[in-house]
Design a protein around this ligand. Sequence first.
Ligand code: FA5
Length: 341
Amino acid sequence: MKNKINKIKDLALKEVSKMKSLANLESLKIKYLGRKSELTNILRGLKDLSKDERKEVGEMANKLREEIEESIKYQVSGIKQRELGDIKEKEKIDVTYPGTKIKKGHLHPLTQVRYEIEEIFKSMGFLTVDGREVEDEFHNFDALNMPKNHPARDMQDTFWLKNGTVPRTQTSSVQIRFMEKNKPPFRIVSIGRVYRNENSDATHDFNFNQIECLMVDKSGKIMVANFKSVVSEFMKGLFGKGTKTRLRPSYFPFVEPGFEFDASCPYCSGKGCRICKGTGWIELGGAGMVNQNIFTSVGFSENKYEGFAFGFGVERIAMIKYGIDDTRLFYGGDLRFLEQF
Ligand code: FA5
């Protein structure tokens, strides 16, 4: 019996010491200490031994049991230590290692220009207001002196929606929305998207941004001279002090008289270059003194107020400012283009 115990001891301790995984150790524990193990059998059979033998074998078997348990515990803690070490090694953080640079985004060039424009107008006391991108026919056309069948509607080919509304074709609709709720005097500026059923080319798109500006006061207080001075301040703020402006007669149903206004080309200082197509001037937008029909369409009495309005394209301004020769680049999503700003 004593030999048997010694044999079990040799085998068990050897096997335990070689074991490298916790799962295998658990099987060994069952093999040597479980209910069906040889050692448990020996302990169970003690009652059949003589008194002296029982004492001696009992002590040996119990001692071995403790030894095996101890050895398994020791082995388990060794394995756990090793695993922990591996995790530490794997997850070790080297604080001296150079970090991964997080790529910083920036505002889209059109947004940058928009903020710049808003700042310039703010400095002249203009309030920035929002408009609606989807408009009804009244605010986009009728109230702006462009009733159904008016030939001027042809200049703004429109995406009509099934319910009779339109993605607005011009920010001039903001004039009407604002005057429906506010009485003069006021000076406002509004910037936002407009949509027209047009083919895209280097200077045209079906979706672009416009700036609308409106200044109104009692009759006799606002003249074309005020408009010229505001526009010229704006141009100087955007393109530099030397920039000149000029007006040319034009027609828009919501102004009388109407103009188109140009800025001297900031690239050649008016001498003529590729960007201004040799003319020395760049056309920016439309303008004029507010037609009295617009005031009456929002419920103001005729001839009580006077004011000026102008509107032009943000993309065109950004193109001139940054020397960009194709408006479609703004919407192409090409990072090689966008990262230059
Ligand atoms: C208008 O839209 C008038 N509402 C402007 C106005 C406001 C006149 C207030 C008088 C008083 P027009 O259709 O010309 O006008 O457009 C104004 C500007 O928008 C143009 O000068 C140009 O800069 C820009 N623009 C027009 N069509 C396009 C297009 N398809 N793509 C890019 N920009 C455009």
